[in-house]
Design a protein around this ligand. Sequence first.
Ligand code: RP5
Length: 178
Amino acid sequence: RGRKSKPLSDSKPAGQAKDAVVGVIMGSHSDMPVLQAGINILKTLNIPFETHITSAHRTPDWMSEYIHGAMPRGIQVLIAAAGGAAHLPGMAASHTAIPVIGVPVKPTIGDGTDSVLSILNMPRGVPVATVGVNNSTNAALLAARIVGLKEGQIQKALIEYADKSTAEVMEREAAMNE
Ligand code: RP5
């Protein structure tokens, strides 16, 4: 049930690096716009990543197959986005020993509290690191910090990114008081 099939023309992969160390997974293609900011960060920091739609509800067998295969293939961290009954990050964490960062996606109904609680309120023993609603930027930066522990170049890029954002704020501060 729900085996991976040929991609639709409107679901062109955002990144499928052969040497991917970060797996970006989502419950639906409709989550992709929320993930774009985080994907841009991964690209900026030169972190090889791959993207997949692995729905916990619509494609449970494919989700399980992908997550079980991720660590043996060299994926070090999973970023998992889902909205509403957001089970994907928790299911991912139950199928692997690598860190899972959950991105709660704001659903069409409500403010996203259901997504946050679905991802945050995990039973003891199955941890998921949870970022704010739609905050794929922080998910990518947290993934970079984890991967950067072993990869000096990534840690360096991350420090440069932080320095740049500090400089931007200080520039705005200076301009405000000119
Ligand atoms: C979740 O249901 C997805 O992660 C998405 O955020 C939400 C709605 O999915 P669609 O109905 O737009 O496919 O599984």
